[in-house]
Design a protein around this ligand. Structure first.
Ligand code: SF4
Length: 357
């Protein structure tokens, strides 16, 4: 089964295309104090290593704007400035060279202020994400609908898209976020009937690593199934590298991007004679930075293990006192129990190196 993608315009953030049939782009957001340019640069460098393709940075004040130039100069991925409330910060960030802008028109203020921002973006060809959030809907729209329903959220998005579009500016992507998945999904479905701008999707404030990843996977699977995401960010209360890893895991498990590991391990049952949960965690930790697309299986016994291990690019089925390593469907090596983790990790890294880009 192939996931359909909605037909959209294409925009570019720096040199990264979004929408218009481009692969779904993985982005994250820095968690450092933007005023501390060095810490922010270091965090972005770590994010680049795990495959982050676009980085968003909160720009809450003038000092943060002042850091932008140095950050942009030192990192290799496009930078989006995330601005709330003060339109002047958006205008100044564009002057400093950001590749994209995220604003919530609902809190930027009057039409005149939004237009100031659009004018600056137009002059430099900087795309804008119109981010509508259920928590900060315009008062008049909230009064009209009585609550932040999908219809209300879409009306807010369309109103702001219209204001920006009236200035003959069309380098837009749109996001709608509500705290519950189904409302977000319904809103995006409704909005897709009206506009062909690319969509940025994510489950907002999902939670810490485990619960946040589970919630994001469930929500995004529904959104991705409808073809309603062109770029995604997984919001986790965790280091941002985990957001990027989770994003790739979601995309690769749905067959939408091939990058990095597809890690398979069995749930363990009474046939297992090794400490598989500990072993799987250790192996995954030691190979998690592999960037090439590789399916790795770690299985607990010689009953069902070999089948799954054979299906993977590389896998191990653990027997009593030994492990059988399979590579590309064939039995490859037998290793002693005490060497299983080290030898398997070595073989996985070698298998990743053999993959041509
Ligand atoms: Fe049980 Fe073996 Fe299946 Fe693991 S692979 S769940 S140990 S039968």
């Amino acid at each position: 089964m192939e996931f359909k993608r909605r037909k959209t315009k294409q925009i570019k953030i720096g040199d990264v295309p979004i929408g218009g049939g481009a692969p779904i782009v993985v982005q994250s957001m820095t968690k450092t104090d933007t005023r501390d340019a060095q810490a922010t640069i270091l965090q972005i460098k770590r994010l680049e290593m795990v495959g982050c393709e676009i980085i968003r940075i909160a720009v809450p004040d003038k000092e943060s704007v002042d850091s932008l130039e140095e950050i942009i100069k030192k990192v290799n991925i496009p930078v989006i400035a995330d601005i709330h409330f003060d339109y002047r910060l958006a205008v100044e960030s564009i002057k400093k060279g950001v590749h994209g802008l995220r604003i919530n028109p609902g809190n930027i203020g009057s039409k005149t202020r939004i237009k100031e921002v659009v004018k600056a973006a137009k002059d430099k060809g900087v795309p804008i994400r119109v981010g509508v959030n259920a928590g900060s809907l315009e008062k008049d729209i909230l009064e009209k609908y009585g609550k932040a329903s999908p219809e209300a959220l879409v009306e807010s998005a369309l109103k702001n898209i219209r204001i920006i579009g009236e200035m003959d500016f069309h380098l837009m992507k749109v996001s709608i976020k509500a705290s519950d998945v189904l409302r977000t999904l319904e809103s995006l479905k409704l909005l897709a009937q009206h506009v062909d701008y690319p969509f940025h999707a994510g489950i907002t404030e999902a939670g810490p690593l485990f619960s946040g990843s589970v919630k994001s996977s469930a929500g995004l699977a529904l959104i991705l199934k409808e073809g309603l995401a062109d770029t995604i960010r997984i919001s986790l209360t965790a280091p941002p590298e985990e957001e990027v890893r989770a994003a790739y895991m979601i995309l690769s498990s749905l067959g939408l991007r091939k990058r990095g590991l597809n890690f398979v391990s069995c749930p363990v049952c009474g046939r297992c004679r090794v400490d598989l949960p500990e072993m799987a965690v250790e192996i995954e930790n030691r190979i998690k930075d592999i960037k090439k697309p590789l399916t790795v299986a770690v299985m607990g016994c010689e009953v069902n293990g070999p089948g799954e291990a054979r299906e993977a690019d590389i896998g191990i089925a653990c027997g009593k006192g030994y492990g059988l390593i399979f590579k590309h469907g064939k039995s490859f090596r037998k290793v002693k129990a005490e060497d299983m983790v080290d030898e398997f990790v070595k073989e996985v890294k070698a298998a990743a190196k053999e993959i041509k880009k």
